[in-house]
Design a binder for this molecule. Sequence first.
Ligand SMILES: [Zn+2]
Length: 493
Amino acid sequence: MTKTQAQPAPQAIARKSDNFAEWYTDVVRKAELADYSPVRGCMIIRPYGYALWENVQRALDDMIKATGHQNMYFPLLIPRSFLTKEAEHVEGFAPEVAWVTHAGGEELEEWLAVRPTSETIICSTYAKYIQSWRDLPVLINQWANVMRWEMRTRFFLRTTEFLWQEGHTFHATPDEAAEETDKMLGVYADLAEQWLSIPVIKGRKTEAEKFAGADYTLSIEAMMGDGKALQSGTSHNLGQNFTRAYEILFQDKDLTRKNPWQTSWGLSTRIIGGIIMAHGDDSGLILPPRVAPYQVVVAPIFRKDEERATVAAAIEKLLMELPPEVRVKVDWREETPGYKFNDWELKGVPVRMEVGPKDVQKEQVVLVRRDTREKAFVPVAELSERVPALLDTVQRALYERALAFRLEHTLRLDDYAALVAAFDTGDATDAESGTTPFVEAHWCGDPACEAKVKEDTKATIRNIPFDAPDEDGPCIVDGKPGIGRRVIFAKAY
Ligand SMILES: [Zn+2]
């Protein structure tokens, strides 16, 4: 194996190591994932970006159904009175809700909310459907768009309108609801790790960071290429908070009437931002093969017309060698090979296949990995095995690389001054000194200590990890006894 040189991009993008934020926006726009819309904070998802989302969506939808859930659809508009029933919920969402106040040429008697999430309308509906323990559990999901008014927006990460799925379940016992909350967090973690090659930390959010109206919230948190955390999926145990407010009652087997226990869980187009930031490099995107719109791009190389014919015939033949499930794009655009290489590197296609007249003669192709740029000459006869194997290798290598990066930038600290210093990256723009860390530290459980860290460093507690070892220690802020394990402090998107 030899390494090929990094090629300059056909459209220059900012260097990831120079300016991460600018690099991110350049990649989104120049790889044609998304673009600005006439309404600030909304975005146009372009075909290449939407194909990526569809692959993520398909994988997750299969898992949601395999765990017993059914899809359904609720309306976009929610009556104002529905939204105001659960006090904590309305308070949490009030500043972000967009209202329809006029329609049909007149002011509406009751304003309608453009859904920020659907707990309220689902509870109002299921108050009618749930009567007996026989009606439980209810296990439903919807794929939808939602709107939360945002002041500072960024493609995929924070947009006023975004796409997501929201699961909603009702159960006859609290244990069942707790089990469901865990199970769906596990589904999100599997999606992130096995499909998107993004290692995640599963854990519980603090009270300050939980969903408005939940008993508790679980999350998966991933480290991005600049060291910041991305909350990549959340699962909420709502207890009976909403079912009480919405007067959902069922008759249990013991003939008493009870409010069911409820969960909700969501994963959004934000995860596309996660894929970009977890894997990309100075040349652009690097997509995990399992969700890449194209897994292999074929670049024909020729000078004369007769060479073109020879190469075209060879490509047609070798495509037959590839397993049908491999997603292949043959790039016949009238551009130089160098231009095409750069363009597909920018778009993050995991494997490039080069086919020229000499390769045809030798019955071989050149395969180049996007992640390492390693180059190999592969006999056409071996393609049916080598291509799927190479895609698997890239899939795993991306995960390993992201995990190594996270571990390398994770600190265990016990001293408050050290914690403040760790998050003080100053004006550094260099990749190394500019990478903000994950800090594992003890915390006493007091929201005031959490708030102080946020004020001093902008870092928050991302979650209380499930698989952190039990360990006693004094709170890094005020020295009071810790909660029995270290929590993760990080700056976050
Ligand atoms: Zn404390």
